[in-house]
Design a protein. Structure first.
Lengths: 503, 305, 316
């Protein structure tokens, strides 16, 4: 049996409605998706899950035809057909009343979903988009039973009934979630594990103690470097460590409805002051951030090369030049000794050290930021209600995909409502984001994305990334078959994991 | 005569001696007696005085400012330049401890003094007037005392903003009903005394009676509760920090230092946890030792747990 | 007596009502709600999703209406559904009630077992080095923040035995060893801490009795010192000690917020912290009422005990 730590409690069982790993980590073993990330890669390679093969895409890139496996059975014994897939995607794109769907905007391009025959499903798009395949591989899009959804659209909020490698045993809130091997799983020979148990532990020192005492074998989200060094000192060769960059980043959000943060000179000065190169190196020793990048993950397929990045304000290698420029910008804007409240949430990792770092950096240009920490609910409410000066926001995605990472840059009064916490409207930027979404040539698309980066974080400095997160997963060496990817959402079905016999 | 009986007799004698003394002489003799007969209390008093000294003369004692330092990401171990090393933001731990005593005393004194004073007033007023007034105050105190601290703390943090102020308020609120209860029960006995009745009948006003006759009689219990809650306040600050509801970075506060840098680097740099941990324990220890002995000296019959 | 009991029981109503109003008000004043929090996971969520769900949960209705409805439900002993899990609030509480009760009982037991002998010895040996050692030891329990002590205990166990207390609760009657292996550690940490207050109370209470005339008489009659202490002093000084211990029990029951977090014990304290930070209004309201009721009720029992044990107190 695999025992792993989950550091938060799932708000719902329904992956379609959830936005947190706390649902995916315990629940994904019960479900399948249409496509998924290859567990051996876990970054960008998409492979079929319940689909029989990769989709057939029409020449105009507007029709995706997906052949389904015919040997997939739900845990209640019924056979999965294209009706179930259609019901699933209908629920995500047009949720019935009383059911929410936080990511329905991602499927704005979809015109219709048709169950052509029991083993074929066809997606018709309104416009061609480069991100659609990734959307079909979304780890949130659990395939649900059409019959169950018909009888109760909210069935999946409190019940588990999927096609995944493990069946549901129990969930004890505040304690654990467990499942056992599904003997009828469609991939023969899998899963390798007989059972699994996710234990919920929030306190970091208790998490470390659990792995150290071998009560738990792995935690899939990521530990801080200090937790890792404790574990490796204590467990030596019994511990395996994997690390990778992460599609997660903190943003500095400016309340652009308020002076002086409506002045782009002030915003640019505040991002200029931040020496991300030195900061990334220093912070990576104590918390989960490391890489310097723009709006796309550094090292990822859309990342801007360092040579280009260095020309954008806030990414200069020459810190003295940046500080001087920042000071003169502040002087020009009439706020040389700017003072503001820096709004943060009361979560230590990585928010506290990142905020302290920023406050220190701003001190160098004569800016005094008062650290204002609130617990998560109040923090989010304040950011949404424009009840702040400057805040530390964050974003995490499951895939390197500009459509996902740029979603929060849309105008706040339009598509960006609730996502864009700098609360600005910029129709030019909206057009730029739309344009890259409709560009299907990868090279051209990259150029468009870089143009957006130069404009949105350099020229306008609407909201700016701080330092990209970095995942480190220390686990007992007996856990095999898990490959760390660039996110903590995918390949959580545990189908490929096994435990090595270490006698 | 047994040891206990002999000591009881000595206590009695000391108390009688005090009755003859007045003013400065009474204080001096009291202090001297206290030191001689309560070595533990004296140890406590010394710790408290040291702590107050550190807080008052922080600028002179601390080699560095509480926020001063070069950010490197890793703490450095104790050496000649930094007595207790530095944290990961390059800040001198010793200096932050010294400045932390300001926060500790600020939180401790303001919450226990304000809380105890409010409790004293409510307790005395309730006991003096009795009837409806007493009934209402008692019910309010019941509500407050049975209310979980965590809910109050979160509400205060969210309503008043973060930092030292909210910690003070969150720690003050639970003090009020506890003091009010004890004071009320001691005051009840005094209200029934003939001289209170006499004062009333000749038309002395209620506030005057309470201030002149009742408060001095319950003052001993008040003082003891204040010292008891001083230590509690410092611990509560630490607990609130653990829950992410306490003082926030970069303010120097012991609980925060322990929970933040201390816990993060518990294995690589244990001094970051040990230093504030010892400071907290020592100060709570000091306040409790002193408070305990004060209780023994002032009134061994006092039932303020 | 009967009138007194009924009177006291009736007095609980305004207290609990006050607690209910205060909880309701506090939770609504605090910014943020369960919907915002539910989607706190990855970045942000469109406003329409938030609004739709708020409506679904009835959080958009006027506050007096929400309060009136809640009160009416409570009168019918219906505490509603948790906003976070949508399960009945009583189901959420039921599972953890036993865990917290057991932990509080264990801790109280340990505290009493420590406090009674230590307190008596300290009193009898007042102002000798034995007294000092006992007092320093017991104050030591108070001097460490509970999370710090808890973390050190777990760390100590892990370093010494490569073993940590079990993470998952097993009821006492199913597997007593596994049960105790989990709960004994937090019970020790809390019990030691709370023994300080009880020790102090035992000490001063015994001291007081030792000065009473009848004890002096007993001594004068030439009774053996141990006999004097057991027969007269301890028995007569027990009352305030019992009071302190029961009141502590009432606090322990709802106050183990930090300890439960550190030891990952799935009790009511942890549930409350989670519920408050998740803005699970219904659950918080019910939990605070449960705590307040327990507190008021134990106080009431203590007062009754007082009457039963101390013939000088008469309830009229």
């Amino acid at each position: 049996m695999l025992t792993y730590i989950v550091s938060a409690e799932p708000p719902t069982f329904d992956g379609h409605q959830s936005t947190t790993f706390a649902t995916l980590m315990p629940a994904s073993p019960h479900y399948s998706t249409l496509y998924k990330l290859d567990p051996a890669d876990n970054v960008s390679k998409i492979v079929p899950d319940v689909a029989a093969a990769m989709p057939q895409v029409s020449a105009d890139k507007l029709t995706y035809t997906v052949k389904l496996r015919t040997d997939v059975k739900f845990h209640d014994g019924t056979t999965m057909t294209s009706e179930d897939v259609k019901a699933t995607y209908d629920k995500i794109m047009n949720p019935p009343t009383g059911v929410t769907s936080p990511r329905r905007g991602v499927y704005a391009a979809v015109d219709s979903v048709t169950a052509t025959d029991p083993s074929t499903i066809t997606f018709k798009l309104k416009f061609a988009t480069g991100s659609f395949l990734a959307s079909l591989a979304s780890p949130w899009n659990y395939i649900y039973s059409a019959a169950k959804l018909r009888s109760d659209p909210k069935f999946y909020e409190k019940n588990i009934m999927g096609t995944g490698p493990f069946t549901f045993i129990e969930y004890v809130k505040g304690s654990h979630w467990s499942g056992r091997k599904n003997p009828n799983y469609f991939e023969k020979g899998k899963p390798y594990l007989d059972a699994y148990r996710a234990v919920f532990i929030t306190d970091p020192s208790r998490q470390t103690a659990a792995i150290r005492s071998k009560q738990a074998m792995i935690e899939f989200r990521g530990f801080t470097p200090t937790q890792v060094s404790e574990l490796s000192a204590a467990l030596g060769t019994q511990l395996a460590i994997q690390e990778a960059s992460w599609v997660c980043v903190n943003y500095i959000s400016f309340n652009t409805t308020k002076a002086p943060f409506n002045d782009e000179r002030v915003r640019r000065a505040l991002t200029l002051a931040v020496d991300r190169w030195a900061g990334g190196a220093a912070l990576s020793r104590q918390t989960i951030v490391k890489g310097v990048g723009g709006l796309m993950r550094p090292g990822g397929p859309f990342a801007m090369p360092d040579a280009e990045l260095e020309r954008i304000p806030g990414f200069y290698k020459d810190n003295a030049k940046a500080v001087a420029e920042a000071k003169s910008l502040l002087a020009a804007a009439g706020v040389p000794n700017l003072t503001f409240a820096f709004h943060n949430r009361n979560v230590t990792t990585p928010y506290e050290p990142v905020a302290l770092f920023l406050i220190n950096e701003w001190k160098k240009i004569g800016v005094t930021a008062t650290h204002t920490v609130k617990e998560t609910a109040a923090y989010l409410a304040d950011l949404r209600n424009k009840n702040f000066d400057v805040g530390l926001d964050f974003n995490c995605d499951y895939f390197d995909e500009p459509d996902l990472q740029l979603a929060k840059f849309y105008s706040a009064s339009k598509l960006g409502a609730g996502l864009n916490l700098s609360h600005y409207d910029d129709t030019k930027l909206d057009g730029m984001i739309d344009a890259q979404a409709r560009e299907t040539d990868p090279e051209k698309r990259k150029q468009l994305v870089w143009e957006i980066e130069r404009y949105a974080m350099g020229e306008k400095a609407w909201q700016v990334p701080v330092i990209w997160w970095h995942r480190v997963i220390p686990h007992l060496a007996t856990v095999r078959g898990y490959r760390i990817g660039s996110n903590h959402y995918t390949t959580m079905d545990m189908a490929n994991i096994w435990l090595a016999d270490t006698r | 005569m047994s040891e206990a009986a002999r000591l009881a007799a000595e206590d009695e004698a000391a108390r009688l001696r005090h009755l003859e003394d007045t003013g400065w002489r009474r204080f001096r003799r009291g202090t001297f007696d206290f030191m001689k007969r309560r070595p533990l209390g004296t140890v406590g008093a010394v710790i408290i005085i040291l702590m107050i000294g550190a807080a008052v003369f922080a600028d002179a004692v601390a080699p560095y400012g509480p926020h001063e330092g070069e950010f490197t990401g890793l703490p450095t171990p104790p050496d000649g330049k930094h007595l207790l090393g530095t944290d990961s933001f390059g800040r001198d731990v010793f200096s932050r401890l010294i400045y932390g005593s300001q926060t500790a005393l600020l939180v401790g004194f303001s919450s226990s003094l304000v809380g105890s004073t409010l409790g004293l007033i409510l307790g005395v007023v309730g006991a003096y007037f009795g009837g409806k007034v007493d009934e209402i105050i008692q019910r309010l105190m019941d509500v407050l005392i049975s209310f979980p601290l965590i809910v109050i703390a979160i509400a205060v943090v969210a309503a008043l903003g973060p930092g030292t102020t909210n910690v003070i308020v969150a720690v003050t609120l639970p003090v009020i009903p506890r003091v009010a209860r004890v004071v009320r029960s001691s005051a009840l006995a005094i209200v029934q005394m003939p001289y209170i009745e006499a004062a009333r009948s000749v038309g002395v006003r209620a506030p005057r009676i309470m201030a002149r006759h009742i408060v001095p009689n319950v003052f001993a219990s008040f003082l003891i509760m204040v010292t008891a809650f001083l230590g509690q306040a410092i611990l509560l600050e630490a607990s609130l920090s653990f829950l992410g509801l306490g003082v926030v970075e970069p303010e120097p506060a012991w609980g925060l230092m322990l929970r933040g840098q201390g816990m993060t680097f518990l294995h690589q740099a244990p001094w970051l946890a040990i230093a504030p941990g010892v400071a907290i324990s020592l100060s709570v220890f000091g306040f409790n030792l002193f408070g305990d002995s004060l209780r023994d000296a002032l009134d061994p019959r006092l039932r303020t747990a | 007596m009967q009138r007194y009991v009924i009177g006291r029981l009736l007095l609980m109503i305004p207290t609990l009502l006050g607690v209910a109003i205060l909880t309701f008000a506090i939770m609504r004043v605090v910014p943020g709600d369960v919907v915002v929090l539910r989607y706190a996971g990855s970045g942000a969520v469109p406003q329409e999703v938030i609004d739709a769900e708020r409506k679904e949960l009835g959080l958009d209705r006027p506050m007096p209406e929400q309060f009136a409805e809640w009160m009416l439900d409570i009168v019918r002993l219906d505490f509603g559904h948790s906003l976070w899990t949508d399960r009945p609030v009583m189901d959420e509480i039921k599972g953890r009630f036993g865990i917290s009760l057991e932990l509080a009982l264990l801790a109280t037991l340990l505290a009493t077992a420590l406090a009674l002998p230590l307190g008596v010895i300290a009193a009898v040996k007042q102002d000798t080095w034995i007294d000092y050692v006992i007092r320093v030891f017991s104050i030591g329990g108070l001097a460490m923040p509970s999370f710090w002590l808890g973390i050190l205990v777990i760390l100590g166990l892990v370093v010494a035995f490569q073993w940590a207390p079990p993470l998952i609760f097993v009821p006492l009657w199913e597997d007593p060893i596994a049960n105790l292996a989990q709960l004994i550690w937090p019970a020790i940490v809390v019990g030691y801490r709370y023994s300080a207050v009880a020790t102090r109370m035992t000490r001063s209470s015994v001291l007081e009795v030792l000065r009473e005339d009848y004890v002096r008489t007993a001594r004068a009659k030439g009774l053996k010192e141990t006999l004097v202490i057991i027969r007269h002093a301890l028995r007569n000084s027990l009352l305030p000690v019992v009071t302190v211990i029961s009141l502590e029990f009432a606090f322990l029951f709802g106050g183990l917020v930090v300890t439960e977090q550190v030891f990952n014990v799935n009790g009511l304290g942890k549930l409350l912290v989670d519920a408050v930070s998740q803005r699970d209004y219904t659950l918080v309201q019910a939990l605070v009422l449960v705590f307040a009721f327990m507190f008021v009720f134990i106080n009431f029992i203590v007062d009754l005990l007082y009457g039963a044990l101390d013939p000088r107190i008469k309830y009229t």
